[in-house]
Structures are given as structure tokens and as C-alpha cells.
Design a protein around this ligand. Structure first.
Ligand SMILES: Nc1ncnc2c1ncn2[C@@H]1O[C@H](COP(=O)(O)OP(=O)(O)OP(=O)(O)O)[C@@H](O)[C@H]1O
Ligand SMILES: Cc1cn([C@H]2C[C@H](O)[C@@H](COP(=O)(O)O)O2)c(=O)[nH]c1=O
Length: 193
């Protein structure tokens, strides 16, 4: 069984930075466990198709992200991890692709063969603040408009109201405070294994 802890949130919420810092601390504290840090999208080939698609067709995007995920999970199984820290996972598809107008039920069905995350850290931040942070770090060629990120954020918050394993963390706090909070949530989970 793959135990996946996913990091979710709108672009610029701090997922990659926080996941990396928390991973370093967890690796030192739980040196006997095989903790893997990874991110989605995973494959260069599918990422390039996603970029070529122009980020507008939610059906194509849902299917491409799911194909990437299927390949990614097969690679992860081979690493025999105790726990996987995943920078984006299924809830990214639900939040982002449903924000483009596609039915959430269908996105859930497309992703229904993948293991659900045991825990999800939702880094919540206003789109304004998030966009200020990534102005200089934007790696992807897509529209990072405040309007669209506002819808994505609302989709994430809706998911958090439905799914008990999603923990909302205020990502507007200082980096140290966010890392401390996320570390302690995951630490408590790992002690139960
Ligand atoms: N709590 C914080 N306070 C201030 N700056 C932060 C905080 N967290 C992250 N940052 C900074 O914000 C920028 C974006 O962070 P990061 O790339 O980790 O976000 P992300 O959620 O992974 O973004 P994306 O989804 O676009 O890849 C980085 O420059 C990072 O150093
Ligand atoms: C997994 C996944 C990702 N996306 C979107 C979300 C982001 O805008 C980009 C990835 O960018 P990052 O800077 O590497 O986080 O892809 C998506 O729309 N659907 C998904 O399933």
C-alpha cells in the first residue's frame, strides 16, 4: 500500500519550499524509514504535452495529468517507500480542472484507481499574496490570473470541507511558522505508523 501525504494549494502557496524543508527534517528524525519526496507532474514527456495543450481543455488536461500520475505511481512502487511526500496529487486535478468547468465527479472517476492520500496539507493563501511571491519564479507558461486562482482556491476549500484527511494550514504566515506547523502534523502522523 502506498502511503501518500500530499501538499496542495494554489500556485505560489509554498508547496515546494515547505515540502523540501519538512522532508529534510523528517529524514533526520525518522532515519530508519524510507521517506520519498516527489512532485507532479512527474514525466517530462507528459508535462511537455500539457504545456502544448495550452492549459485550456479540461478534458485533455484531466487525462494527461492522470496518465502522468499512473506512470509516476508505478515508479514509486518500485522504490518501496514507507511514506511519500507528494508536491501536488489528485486534489490538484479536482481543484484546477474543475475550475475550468469540468464535472468534479468525472475527474474523481478518472482518478479512482489511484490510492487516496492518507493526509493532505492544504497551504491556503490569498491569490494576491501567492502571485506576489511567484512573479519572479514562474516556471510554467500558463495564465496565473487572480480570478482563476480564486476559483481554484475555493475548490480546494470545498474539498477540505468534504474530506476529513485534508488539513488547512495558513500559508500566509512566515516560512518558519508554516514549516513548523506542517512538520508537527506529519510528525504526529508518522508516529502512528
Ligand atoms: N511562508 C512563506 N513566506 C514567504 N515566502 C514564502 C513562503 N513560502 C514560500 N515562499 C516563497 O514563495 C515562492 C513560491 O514558493 P514555492 O515555489 O514553494 O510555491 P509553490 O506552491 O510550489 O508554487 P508553484 O505551485 O507555482 O510551483 C518562493 O520564492 C518561496 O521561497
Ligand atoms: C498535478 C496537477 C497540476 N496542475 C497544475 C497546477 C499548476 O498550475 C501546474 C504545476 O505547476 P507547479 O509549479 O509544478 O506546481 O499544473 C493541474 O492543473 N492539475 C494537476 O493534476
Amino acid at each position: 500500500m502506498l502511503r501518500i501525504i500530499s501538499f496542495e494549494g494554489i500556485d505560489g502557496s509554498g508547496k515546494t519550499t515547505v515540502a523540501n524543508m519538512v522532508y529534510q527534517r523528517l529524514k533526520n528524525r525518522f532515519s530508519g524509514k524510507n521517506i520519498v519526496l516527489t512532485k507532479e507532474p512527474f514525466t517530462n514527456e507528459i508535462t511537455s504535452l500539457i504545456e502544448k495543450s495550452g492549459w485550456e481543455d479540461p478534458i485533455a488536461l484531466t487525462l494527461l495529468f492522470a496518465a502522468d500520475r499512473a506512470y509516476h505511481l508505478r515508479e514509486l512502487i518500485n522504490q518501496n517507500p514507507d511514506v511519500i511526500l507528494m508536491d501536488r496529487y489528485i486534489y490538484s486535478s479536482i481543484a484546477y480542472q474543475s475550475a475550468l468547468g469540468i464535472e468534479e465527479n468525472w475527474i474523481e472517476t478518472v482518478n479512482s484507481k489511484f490510492p487516496k492520500p492518507v493526509l493532505t496539507i492544504l497551504l491556503d493563501i490569498s491569490p494576491n499574496k501567492a502571485l506576489q511571491r511567484i512573479q519572479k519564479n514562474d516556471k510554467f507558461n500558463f495564465k496565473e490570473k487572480i480570478e482563476s486562482l480564486t476559483i481554484v482556491r475555493e475548490k480546494y476549500l470545498e474539498l477540505a470541507r468534504k474530506e476529513k484527511n485534508i488539513v488547512i494550514v495558513n500559508a500566509e504566515k512566515s516560512l518558519n511558522d508554516v514549516v513548523e506547523e506542517v512538520y508537527s502534523i506529519i510528525y504526529s502522523y508518522l508516529l502512528t505508523l
